[in-house]
Design a protein around this ligand. Structure first.
Ligand code: C6P
Length: 411
């Protein structure tokens, strides 16, 4: 047994995830679709149950006992997120429905508050549709222009092209931390420094980063950061938008309604202080609390252990997949995490996915909501295996075995 295996008891960790204990089509479930959604440990499931059984109640509104407990738990989760991201202040942590919602919030708010005709937003060619379409909508609305950093054949951004795109019209750089379809981890430090040198703020889409790596926002110094709870072992329907206080204070609210106001008259409304200015209406209380518990859970396992185990898994998977004749990787970045995308000669990814499913192996096939990435690599779709810390090398062997079965069926 090597050192990582000794430190990292994956079999014990798997017992925390009841869903992993099942069979699919009579075969043990091999869940390799973690980039789409990650699985939920028992502690999170129990926290959700406890909320509904014991203290389901609205927050920030009631003077009664249950409302106090719910408010404390909800605001307690905000503090957990603040610590998790190493943000400076609770005012910088806004609960959203997820990554998509966070980017839409910002696009709408920045669009109304800061963007004039002729301004430019810079994104990259490896963005998820969630970090493309909201900006397209906003640019169309405000007469602004979307500029795109190209990527090379390995699926890495072309840095010189990025430098050339930044100019006095650039109002925001919005970039993915870790690509969901290529697995590329972007050189964020350099990307952010370059933008800041030109006084341009940066939004980081951290959806595929937080399950794999610790994020220190004070060190990273990005201006905005978004992620989804369901990709980091928490419930669906919840996410986080972090924004530096000085930016959030400048921006207009996204939605109007309860909780985001201090005073309403028909003559006008005074908005609430941060972060409530951006949290209109009754929030997703139970799932926010569940997210807090999920973050405690991953931190207890520890990101050092998680990244070294996952790195070992990824290296093993790359080595085993390489042995398959006719397999081509889509994306070959030097720094990578989470996902491996590939195509098999003359076999459509949807056929691969369907046959793998019959073998109990869950992967995602398709464009992974990154159609421009598929266009760059001139493929209609890929098969994507994506990993979490509860995956094992035996599961990778089962994936490989199932892929050989696919090839045999099509030969
Ligand atoms: N990617 C995947 O299978 P939501 O749906 O809002 O929780 O997350 C959107 C999103 C934004 N950015 C990145 C980098 C993402 O990977 C995702 C979600 C899933 O790859 C579902 S399409």
């Amino acid at each position: 047994m090597n050192t990582t295996l000794q430190q990292f008891n994956v079999e014990k960790i798997r017992t925390d995830f009841p869903i992993l204990q099942q069979e699919v089509h009579g075969k043990p479930l091999v869940y390799l679709d973690n980039a789409a959604t990650s699985q939920t440990p028992t502690v999170v499931i129990e926290a959700l149950q406890k909320y509904y059984r014991e203290y389901n109640s609205n927050v920030h509104r009631g003077v009664h006992r249950l409302s106090h407990i719910a408010t404390d738990a909800y605001e307690g989760a905000r503090e957990k997120v603040r610590r998790f991201l190493n943000a400076s202040s609770l005012q910088e942590i806004i609960f959203t429905k997820g990554t998509t919602d966070g980017i839409n919030l910002l696009a709408s708010s920045i669009g109304r508050g800061l963007i004039k005709p002729g301004d430019e937003i810079v994104i990259s060619a490896m963005e998820h549709h969630s970090n493309i379409v909201p900006w397209q909508l906003m640019c169309e609305d405000r007469g602004a222009r979307l500029r795109v950093i190209p990527i090379n054949d390995d699926g890495e951004i072309i840095f010189e092209a990025y430098e050339d795109l930044l100019n006095e019209r650039t109002k925001l750089v919005s970039i993915v931390h870790t690509s969901n379809s290529l697995g590329t981890v972007n050189p964020l430090r350099q990307i952010i420094d370059l933008a800041h040198n030109k006084n341009v703020p940066v939004l980081v889409d951290g959806a595929q980063a937080v399950p794999h790596t610790a994020v220190d926002l004070r060190a990273l110094d990005c201006d905005f950061f978004v992620f989804s709870s369901h990709k980091v072992f928490g419930p669906t329907g919840v996410g986080v938008l972090y924004g530096k206080k000085e930016w959030l204070e400048k921006l207009p609210p996204y939605q109007g309604g309860g909780d985001m106001i201090l005073n309403v008259t028909f003559a006008g409304t005074k908005f609430n202080e941060l972060p409530y200015k951006f949290e209109a209406g009754t929030p997703n209380i139970a799932d926010v609390i569940g997210l807090g518990v999920a973050l405690d859970y991953v931190q207890q396992i520890g990101y050092d252990a998680i990244s070294s185990w996952e790195n070992e898994l990824i290296q093993y998977a790359l080595k085993r997949l390489q042995e398959i004749e006719g397999l081509r990787f889509i994306g070959n970045a030097k720094h990578r995490a989470g996902a491996i995308s590939f195509v098999l000669e003359n076999i459509h990814p949807h056929d691969i996915g369907t046959i793998l499913d019959r073998e109990g192996v869950a992967v995602r096939t398709g464009h992974h909501c990154t159609q421009p990435v598929m266009q760059c690599f001139k493929v209609p779709a890929t098969t994507r295996a994506s990993f979490a810390f509860y995956n094992t090398k035996e599961e990778i062997d089962l994936l490989i075995k199932a892929l050989y079965k696919v090839i045999e069926m099509f030969s």
